[in-house]
Design a protein around this ligand. Structure first.
Ligand SMILES: NC(=O)c1ccc[n+]([C@@H]2O[C@H](COP(=O)([O-])OP(=O)(O)OC[C@H]3O[C@@H](n4cnc5c(N)ncnc54)[C@H](O)[C@@H]3O)[C@@H](O)[C@H]2O)c1
Length: 279
């Protein structure tokens, strides 16, 4: 049986761990080869969450190779357009084509209310979570165009790209901006049969969400909250009875949007949110 994305090549950012790694593995399971990039180091002085490492990216590569697919990796910061372009150019040279772009890399540090957010934190957030998404697509699009077969671009936004939460306004602004990027790319690229959609996860079981700082935010009443303390409170955000979803739940949406099964779907903000946006 052929896979759902057999023979396609996908360029994925933030692929060292979390959702990006899961997307690489899921697409490889269904027959794609992968160009995987990640910064693999801290991106700002105030990171509350441990950064990914070169070993993490190597592990993603091992997982993809273990599925019998090819992978090209590079340590790149999505704020650096020239480095992104060099990575995708080299990947396409080695793998022969590009069909799918998954702009997934992002940071998720909470912070202050918008009026108290520092200019530095604002610039870092917008630089990675919004401009980095634009630069990722911009680096890959010439290769998808030159293939002449159409393609699929998937931009990772968030439930926070559709509704607002306090104390993380720079994230909310960047993720809403991703929807604007998605729509603008979709109208520009549709004539080339290149589809552009965004995915909007709720809480996902990755280091960005599953960490002490987030647990404390949800359970300020406890000194050292555990996953079990945190789950029922996180569940209040949802209609379905879960506090968070797994990376593969987002990967399954990405896979659908990457595959020809979604061939006439473009411009869609697709939620994977356990009903969060209904509330
Ligand atoms: N985890 C959640 O609850 C959640 C919810 C909604 C949306 N998201 C979004 O999903 C995406 C993936 O996040 P995740 O949950 O896998 O978190 P994660 O922290 O596990 O993974 C993010 C990856 O992106 C990489 N990255 C960060 N900045 C980068 C940069 N400047 N250049 C290149 N790579 C960079 C990191 O090194 C890391 O490997 C992000 O865009 C995030 O905003 C996450």
């Amino acid at each position: 049986m052929t896979g759902r994305v057999e023979g396609k090549v996908a360029f994925i950012t933030g692929a060292a761990r979390g959702q990006g790694r899961s997307h690489a593995v899921r697409l490889a399971q269904e027959g794609a080869d992968i160009i995987a990039v990640d910064v693999c180091k801290p991106v700002s002085g105030s990171d509350a969450i441990a950064s990914s490492t070169p070993e993490d990216l190597a592990e993603t590569a091992d997982l993809v190779k273990g599925l019998g697919r090819r992978i090209v990796t590079a340590e790149v910061d999505v704020r650096d357009f020239d480095a992104l372009q060099a990575a995708v150019d080299s990947g396409v040279e080695q793998l022969g084509r590009l069909d799918v772009i998954v702009a997934n890399a992002g940071i998720g540090n909470g912070g202050d209310t918008l009026d108290k957010t520092s200019e530095q934190d604002w610039n870092t957030m917008i630089g990675i979570n919004l401009s980095g998404v634009w630069k990722t697509a911009k680096a890959g699009i010439p290769h998808v165009l030159s293939g002449g077969r159409g393609g699929s671009i998937i931009l990772t936004s968030s439930v926070g790209g559709l509704k607002a939460y306090p104390n993380t306004g720079h994230y909310i602004a960047a993720k809403h901006g991703v929807v604007g990027l998605m729509r603008a790319f979709a109208v520009e690229l549709g004539q080339h049969s290149i589809r552009v959609n965004s995915v909007h996860p709720t809480n996902v079981n990755t280091p960005m969400f599953m960490n002490d700082a987030t647990m404390k935010l949800f359970r300020p009443d406890l000194e050292n909250p555990t996953k079990e303390d945190f789950a029922p409170v996180a569940q209040f955000m949802h209609v379905l009875p879960v506090g968070w979803v797994e990376p593969v739940d987002i990967s399954n949406a990405v896979l659908f949007l990457a595959s020809d099964e979604s061939r006439y779907i473009t411009g869609l903000p697709m939620t994977v949110d356990a009903g969060s946006t209904l509330k």
